[in-house]
Design a protein around this ligand. Structure first.
Ligand code: HEC
Ligand code: HEC
Length: 456
């Protein structure tokens, strides 16, 4: 009998193995609070619920390990039958649902923001925004502002309403969009859960600028960003977030809208594709050409930029503010009137402001990876996460930090420490032994990286 061959030490070994494996796959979990349970339910809905529609989930376009966005590079890596591409293989969705070429080449998604009355002519093509830090980017003096133009949601424009709008827009089986036939609408309880999940993702607080940055270029960039005579960025992106400056626009102003002239840019990347991209009229029906302020802390690792993905690099997005499209726009004119002239940053200054935005993005990546690795080290599951997702997202965050720094030729010392953190963290998925030790080593390297970026 084979069983007889297992000697006592072998059995003990197996028992120890099982014990370790058990610890790894079933983290100790304190009883979740009702709020935590709601966030967990929201997570499941966000990534798994198709609402009886065409097979897409929210996570189809907002994947957790890619900052909740898709851009042409990640789209190119998806399988042919991914539900993102339903317009390519579901006959009822062939016309007026998506433009597959614009989606694949430019990461653009079709949106009927001014209603579903004339599908052939009334639509816009927009990039997918990340859904991180929403707790700090939606509220305004005039109510919630969601989507690129602040009116991406039906009804009251809230995050809850946005989820309803997203189901009707993106989940339908046919362009007739009959609720109960082509999809089912989320219930009130589901909307509460989705909202709680989304609000829990990413940054929960704004930065308090200025930060004691160590890099000379990033520190200079921060000064320019906050300087009312040169960069002038802070007026609209106070603390590099999504809210306008209360000092300029009054207390409680929050996330407001501007026409900064992105639509007026010449030579948009999609212009020569031959595909139709109608002008995007922004906020309102019919629109007034305004878009709302996106948060900048998360910008560097979520290219391309602006509502129509018209600029591929961060340096290009900063340089936008030097050009005619911005300086002749209603917002540019207003700014020039209030400050005595246009924004005029030279190449070195464009790079300095970009260096600043790269460094604060890397710091946010490090914050997020640290939170995830601490949970792994302590054998805890974070609310709204699956245990197995924690290392994957931590790895993605570290990779992003490396990418945003290296693409700007910044902070080689931090970058080396981040590579060490990545080497350690990459061994965590599937690991049975010594997970805590590896997480601690990765955390140590992350701290070294942080110490190279900012005084701590
Ligand atoms: C087919 C791709 C796709 C799917 C599926 C999708 N979204 Fe989006 N999402 C987008 C695009 C494009 C925008 C920008 C829309 C706009 O500007 O009006 C967006 C914007 C958002 C925003 C606004 C973020 C901000 O900063 O204001 C939220 C919130 C959001 N989506 C949540 C969801 C939820 C919840 C679901 C699932 C019910 C979902 N999305 C499904 C593509 C998608
Ligand atoms: C008048 C208000 C205003 C000022 C001043 C301003 N911005 Fe913006 N910014 C916006 C708005 C509104 C958008 C969204 C525009 C769109 O998508 O059409 C935006 C978008 C951006 C984006 C793209 C973010 C993304 O995720 O796509 C970057 C980067 C950016 N701004 C950086 C800056 C910098 C750097 C400065 C200073 C040189 C600056 N902004 C000054 C209002 C402003």
């Amino acid at each position: 009998m084979t069983r007889a061959r297992f000697t006592a030490p072998v059995c003990a070994g197996i028992a120890v193995l099982l014990l370790f494996a058990g610890c790894r796959t079933a983290p100790k979990e304190p009883d979740p609070s009702p709020e935590q349970q709601l966030i967990d339910r929201g997570r499941a809905l966000f990534f798994e619920e198709t609402f009886a529609g065409n097979g897409r989930t929210c996570g189809t376009c907002h994947p957790v390990d890619n900052n909740f966005v898709l851009e042409p590079k990640s789209i190119a890596g998806l399988p042919e039958r991914d539900p993102l591409f339903v317009a390519e293989f579901v006959e009822a969705l062939e016309d007026n649902f998506e433009n597959p070429r614009l989606m694949r080449d430019f990461g653009l998604i079709l949106e009927n923001l001014d209603g579903f009355g004339d599908l052939e002519n009334v639509f816009t093509q927009r990039g997918i925004p990340h859904t991180l830090g929403l707790r700090r980017s939606v509220d305004s003096r005039d109510g919630p502002r969601t989507g690129w133009s602040g009116d991406g949601a039906p009804l009251d424009g809230s995050l809850r309403a946005f989820s309803v709008g997203a189901v009707i827009q993106h989940f339908t089986r046919r362009t007739d969009r009959v609720a109960g036939v082509d999809f089912r609408l989320p219930t009130d309880a589901e909307l509460d859960a989705l909202e709680a999940f989304m609000l829990a993702q990413g940054r929960q607080e704004d930065l308090a600028l200025p930060l004691p940055l160590k890099g000379l270029q990033a520190a200079r960039g921060q000064e320019l960003f906050n300087d009312p005579t040169s960069g002038k960025c802070f007026g609209c992106h106070v603390n590099a977030g999504a809210n306008a400056s209360p000092a300029v626009f009054g207390p409680g102003v929050g996330n407001i809208n501007f026409n900064t002239g992105v639509e007026a840019l010449p030579d948009q990347p999609f212009d020569r594709s031959g595909e139709r991209v109608p002008p995007d009229d922004g906020f309102g029906v019919p629109g007034i050409g305004e878009f709302n302020i996106p948060p900048l802390v998360e910008a560097a690792d979520t290219a391309p930029f602006f509502h129509n993905n018209s600029v591929a690099t961060l340096e290009g997005a900063v340089a936008f503010y030097n050009g005619d499209a911005f300086n002749n726009s209603p917002a540019g004119q207003l700014l020039a009137g209030a400050t005595g002239g246009p924004i005029n940053l030279d190449a070195t200054q464009v790079e300095a402001v970009s260096a600043f935005l790269r460094v604060i993005n890397a710091l946010e990546n490090i914050r997020s990876a640290t939170e995830l690795l601490e949970a792994i080290r302590d054998n805890r599951r974070l609310v709204g996460r699956l245990s197995k997702e924690q290392p994957t997202v931590a790895i993605a965050e570290i990779e992003d930090a490396i990418e945003v720094l290296e693409a700007g030729a910044l902070h080689p010392v931090a970058s080396a420490a981040l590579r060490e953190a990545l080497a350690q963290a990459s061994t965590i998925p599937g690991r049975v032994f010594s997970t805590g030790r590896v997480a601690r080593a990765a955390l140590k390297a992350l701290l070294e990286a942080k110490n190279d970026l900012v005084e701590t």
